[in-house]
Design a protein around this ligand. Structure first.
Ligand code: ZN
Length: 130
């Protein structure tokens, strides 16, 4: 869309989505989304994640990075940046809402939160050990 200025230099990796290309692409997409967490304004890109605003993100989990970036580019208003902390918080809130609507979900949620809790315990354990 006209944002590639160095059109004279043609990379042989262009078709294969080089690491460098993906890095630029990520920065471009993050910029489109405001470069910071919409909840707490965290701007450290290492912890920022692309979040689907309307929480039908289950499908998105199977997308490759470039597919996801393309979707974000095509419908920026449906996505936002969240830092890892806010993303986890949002996720647990969303799951509660969904489980209220769907009994089958409730079982899955329980299993999932049990997973999160054990992961959190492990992470906390690691932090304390170092
Ligand atoms: Zn945040």
């Amino acid at each position: 869309m006209g944002h590639r200025r160095n059109s004279t230099i043609k990379s042989p990796m262009q078709g294969r989505k080089s690491k460098r290309y993906m890095q630029d692409r990520k920065l471009f997409i993050y910029q489109m989304l405001g470069n910071r967490c919409v909840h707490c304004s965290e701007s450290d890109k290492r912890v920022l994640q692309i979040d689907h605003k309307y929480s039908d993100g289950n499908k998105e989990r199977n997308l490759s990075r470039s597919q996801l970036y393309k979707k974000v580019e095509n419908s920026t208003h449906r996505y936002q940046l969240l830092c890892a902390n806010c993303n986890w918080r949002k996720r647990s809130k969303d799951f509660k809402v969904q489980s209220r609507n769907n009994i089958l979900w409730r079982t899955k949620v329980k299993l999932f939160s049990a997973g999160i809790i054990s992961i959190t315990i492990i992470i906390i354990g690691v932090y304390h050990a170092t």
